[in-house]
Design a protein around this ligand. Structure first.
Ligand SMILES: Cc1cc2nc3c(=O)[nH]c(=O)nc-3n(C[C@H](O)[C@H](O)[C@H](O)COP(=O)(O)OP(=O)(O)OC[C@H]3O[C@@H](n4cnc5c(N)ncnc54)[C@H](O)[C@@H]3O)c2cc1C
Length: 407
């Protein structure tokens, strides 16, 4: 067992760091946006991602026949962690969730239309699974899709209903949506579709979260989706969604920003005093920091475990081997541990820095320039988005430990 990167991987990591060092653009990199820093929501961020595309770094793990590098998942992991560490946009959504699902299940038309655009970062997506009555139980989604023939003869589906918590819907071009195509059954009655967000009948309304960032309600009123924009088989969408969720739970919750915040807190403890006493001499603070550092190492181990398991699955898929399961449990273990650690770290920063830590982020006089306050609010969101901590525990209990379903 080896927890270190190979020479090639270290060389790639160094190349990425050099590339990022040469682009210290605050319009692209902003760690104070916490985990929402990953979204590609401004012209500067889009231009930066296009540059990554031109370097071939968006297709690191895609098959060569779709313009990728056929590389191992660990390279994507190294790149994403480096981007996340600086508060830069990341490559999870288009390349991972949408791209990899289209490669596995999409029609030739969808592959030809979307894959090149994803590799060049010419398109942004929003993901619509959650609804007011379908969050943790995503398979309960009800967005109604009924067969419809348009006046010009095009056949497809007419969508009516609502999605909620759709991040990116206010700037993305395409919506990756799960819709209820068979109301007589649950999991096998959902179909994945691609819908342009500027289409008539779609209304997007902002929801501002306690972490300052925006997500959205999206309403559908007789929105037509042609059969050409159905992903994979009708009624099989939930299977594709579940596979993509494994990826989301890992790639969208990077560890490097957590480590950065831990380093920030450690540096603060090294230098700060309270009532004339250096914080670094307080045994309770030293003990708490040491625990957090040990936990960050555990999170790193869980992340590498996921990377290793998913590389085995990818390798097996390349060989055409059957019977390999996606690393669902490893994804849940990582997501649960890393996002809860992030919250514990935010608690510790508030406790250790005292009342001044309540000052707003970017306040020069505040301890750590107010990062504790903003992370205290933001880190809660990560324990909900992508599936709450309770849901990750249920997955580990059922699928990892073989315990019975209890709900
Ligand atoms: C910042 C943010 C961004 C998001 N972006 C998107 C997005 O882009 N697209 C999208 O589709 N969704 C998105 N979501 C939605 C997210 O996936 C859901 O919020 C999440 O799955 C929880 O669903 P819910 O909010 O309906 O809570 P509920 O499912 O109503 O859960 C409420 C509480 O009950 C607990 N609970 C529920 N069921 C169980 C159970 N069986 N056992 C134990 N406890 C349970 C939950 O853990 C939670 O604490 C986002 C959420 C957030 C916070």
């Amino acid at each position: 067992m080896d927890f270190e990167f190979s020479e090639d991987q270290m060389a790639f990591a160094a190349e990425v760091e050099d590339f990022l060092d040469a682009r210290p653009d605050p319009d692209v990199f902003d760690p104070t946006r916490e985990n929402m820093a990953q979204v590609v929501d401004t012209p500067a961020r889009r231009a930066f991602m296009r540059e990554l595309g031109r370097r071939g770094w968006l297709g690191l793990t895609w098959p060569a026949e779709y313009g990728g590098d056929d590389g191992e998942g660990v390279y994507e992991y190294i790149l994403n962690e480096a981007l996340a560490e600086r508060g830069g946009p990341q490559i999870g959504k288009g390349v991972g969730i949408i791209g990899k699902t289209l490669i596995a299940h999409g029609s030739d038309k969808l592959k030809a239309e979307f894959l090149p655009k994803i590799l060049d970062n010419e398109v942004e997506f929003a993901i619509g699974y959650s609804e007011p009555e379908a969050g943790s139980d995503a398979a309960a989604m009800r967005l109604r899709a009924e067969r419809h023939t348009r006046s010009d003869g095009a056949t497809g589906w007419l969508l009516n209903g609502q999605k909620t918590w759709t991040t990116s819907a206010h700037f993305a071009e395409w919506y990756w949506v799960g819709a209820r195509t068979d109301p007589s059954t649950k999991h096998m009655g959902i179909t994945l579709m691609l819908v342009p967000l500027d289409q008539e009948g779609i209304t997007v309304r902002g929801i501002w979260t306690m972490g300052d960032e925006r997500t959205n309600d999206v309403f559908f009123d007789d929105v037509f989706v042609s059969d050409d924009y159905v992903v994979g088989e009708v009624n099989h969408g939930f299977r594709y969604i579940s596979q993509a969720l494994d990826l989301e739970r890992f790639t969208m919750f990077a560890l490097s920003p957590i480590r950065r915040r831990l380093d920030l807190l450690t540096a603060y403890v090294r230098g700060a005093e309270r009532d004339g006493e250096p914080l670094r001499d307080d045994p309770r603070i030293r003990s708490r920091l040491a625990n957090l550092h040990a936990e960050a190492e555990a999170a790193r181990g869980l992340g590498l475990k996921f990377v290793a398991e998913s590389m085995k699955v990818e390798e097996a898929a390349r060989r055409g081997a059957e019977g390999f399961q996606p690393p669902t449990v490893a994804a849940s273990e990582y997501k649960l541990f890393a996002t809860e650690l992030s919250k514990r770290l935010a608690d510790a920063a508030m406790d250790i820095a005292g009342p001044g830590s309540q000052l707003r982020v970017h306040t020069d006089e505040a301890p750590m320039r107010g990062r504790s306050e903003s992370t205290y609010r933001y880190t809660v969101l990560d324990t909900i988005g992508g599936g709450s901590s309770e849901i990750q525990k249920n997955i580990i209990a059922r699928r990892g430990l073989g315990l019975p379903k209890n709900f």
